[in-house]
Design a protein around this ligand. Sequence first.
Ligand SMILES: Nc1ncnc2c1ncn2[C@@H]1O[C@H](COP(=O)(O)OP(=O)(O)OP(=O)(O)O)[C@@H](O)[C@H]1O
Ligand SMILES: [Mg+2]
Length: 341
Amino acid sequence: MTAAPLATGTAPATAEALLSVRGLTLDLGTTQPGLVQDVEFTVPKGRSVALIGESGCGKTLTAMAILGLLPRAVRVVSGEIDFAGTDLLTCGPRELRRIRGGPVGAVFQEPMSSLDPTMTVGDQIAEARRIHFKEGRRTAREHARGLLDRVGIPDAKRRLDSYPHEMSGGMQQRVMIAAAIAGEPRLVLADEPTTALDVTIQAEILELLRDLRRDLGLAVLLVTHDLGVVADFCDEVVVMYAGHVVEKAPVREAFRTPAHPYTSALLGSVPRSDRARTPLEVIGGRVPPAGSFPGGCRFRPRCRHAAASCGEPQADTVLAAGHHTCCGRVAAGDLTPGREL
Ligand SMILES: Nc1ncnc2c1ncn2[C@@H]1O[C@H](COP(=O)(O)OP(=O)(O)OP(=O)(O)O)[C@@H](O)[C@H]1O
Ligand SMILES: [Mg+2]
């Protein structure tokens, strides 16, 4: 079967964007190709967007660029990161400090590396209220107590005076979330927020994030390796491979009719209860190390559909509202989107 002809360009926005990343390119200041190259995606108001891809694909660097927390070695070559009308790449450190921890909150994988071990959890949460809302000590502490309560920490009043190391990993992650929402964010960046936790605690933390999202109308950018979490929690998905965005789609569409061989391969590597007897697909090879990316489609050396045309730069092609692929062969109708891709 041949796919329908497709339009190249930008699909009409279906929901108002809160965060727009445009043409983001990051490198190490060398002549090597970008660690992150021409990355574009939006997070609409109140929606949840997943950023997925194998290890080393540039998910964390993209999130860190949004927060203005890139490692010193990494340079912004070009791009815009528009958050509610402010370009976070050019706005200056003062404005960035106002936004980070305020309208943009963050939750990372390892709570212990983000929480200050020398401060009580109460003081750490209260600090966000004092900085962003100029609250006095007593009011900020009262707010911190309410926030600990809100994120499900029992005996919140007593826990205000605990240090992070006196809490379990799940409790620490709840504290991180309380600190993130203390600034009354409109967007929360969560980089593998449950990876370091055991399975039952993971489910509880996701449930908490889901409740907060609903109650506070938060938009969430969720970096994860867990496609079950993507299916369960997110509205849209952005798939990265070796620093490129290869596909963007509403989650249901990405799962039913993936339109890039890499997305299809990622989905094929996850166990499905309805296909218990089908062997899992293994994506042969690995993500090339930064600096040795091939030209054209970076997935080409691992792709079973690779053709000579894949060595050329691949345009972003719109298949349907909100569904983009960077596979030139799908765009040309040589390959049909779907799980068998
Ligand atoms: N400080 C740094 N200096 C040099 N290279 C870096 C630095 N930080 C990241 N990189 C490189 O940038 C690339 C993308 O890294 P990033 O941490 O964004 O990947 P990721 O998609 O978040 O992976 P994971 O799923 O393992 O967290 C990798 O090749 C990594 O080695
Ligand atoms: Mg990462």
